[in-house]
Write a protein that binds this ligand. Sequence first.
Ligand SMILES: NC(=O)c1ccc[n+]([C@@H]2O[C@H](COP(=O)([O-])OP(=O)(O)OC[C@H]3O[C@@H](n4cnc5c(N)ncnc54)[C@H](O)[C@@H]3O)[C@@H](O)[C@H]2O)c1
Length: 346
Amino acid sequence: MKILVTGGAGFIGSAVVRLAVARGHEVVNLDALTYAACLENVAEVSSSNLYSFEQADIRDRARLDEIFGLHRPDVVMHLAAESHVDRSIDGPGDFILTNINGTYNMLEAARAYWLSAGKPAGFRFHHISTDEVFGSLGAEGQFTEDTSYDPRSPYSASKAASDHLVRAWHETYGLPVVLTNCSNNYGPFHFPEKLVPVVILNALAGKPIPVYGGGENVRDWLYVEDHADALLLVVEKGALGRSYNIGGENERRNIDLVKTICAILDKKRPKSVPYAEQITYVTDRPGHDARYAIDPSRIRDELGWRPSVTVEEGLEKTVQWYLDNEAWWKPLQARAGVGVRLGVKA
Ligand SMILES: NC(=O)c1ccc[n+]([C@@H]2O[C@H](COP(=O)([O-])OP(=O)(O)OC[C@H]3O[C@@H](n4cnc5c(N)ncnc54)[C@H](O)[C@@H]3O)[C@@H](O)[C@H]2O)c1
């Protein structure tokens, strides 16, 4: 299968690219290389003859047409997006342009190509989205695929809009689409502005480990390599027009997740004082959603998929990866906005 992956130099996209090539698929990685991108994420496959790279911006429709015409993909996996909630609070414009207008361009370029190719039966446009479109849960309940949309940040609103466009292109034009909405990912190659790497790297640097509010917010943690496996399954076996929620079956309060990481570091890189003593509570994020939880029954019952690791196992691997890969994360800490508190002024 020849897969056009957008955002393949980012965190999740690169995990998809690495796994797809390892499984013998041909991959075209389309990425604009924004601040969040890193081509080292795909270094292990970049010399494979199954892999090619196109630097392109999904806001540029003409360039997308050129890439579809040149590579003639069997399926599209669309992950390119602005993805950091805190940045969306300070500067929502890029989120509107990339996540909404960019997805519109991708849909139109895919539709034009699909029509010109004679509507090949196996063609799929797989849109990768987030559970944040469903809003915030109380102490009980889980998001199903039928939960009403209720996005509450500029990021989640832009992703919700893109999901609506994808469904509309299916209903109106018959474009063969599948959608997935996943929970919080973590794992190797996670850009050092997101919670898990911030905790690991601040702990190692002896800096305060920032926890927003009281750390009571609950997330369902999904190991990125499990997610990539689920995405490849959905693009191959998912039913047309259907969406699948992907979760890790690992709900944790942020503060408990942070303490677990500290305990792993205490074992792997011991020092005189426990790392948890560096935990510092900071002003909460404006509009911080209280709880996200995924009901994973559709993807489990219809496609037979379940996560392979618990969050404790996934965090062990992740912490070890950061200990072993300073040469990857160190230069990224110099990029604009990294290591700085963003998104506080609502
Ligand atoms: N990280 C998570 O926990 C999570 C959870 C749910 C859903 N998602 C979704 O998964 C997808 C990937 O997330 P991620 O964490 O890997 O993001 P990321 O920020 O690590 O990577 C995004 C990639 O998209 C590229 N990109 C951004 N704007 C672009 C543009 N205009 N044109 C072309 N490329 C562009 C960037 O260069 C980068 O390589 C996103 O759609 C995100 O909404 C992420």
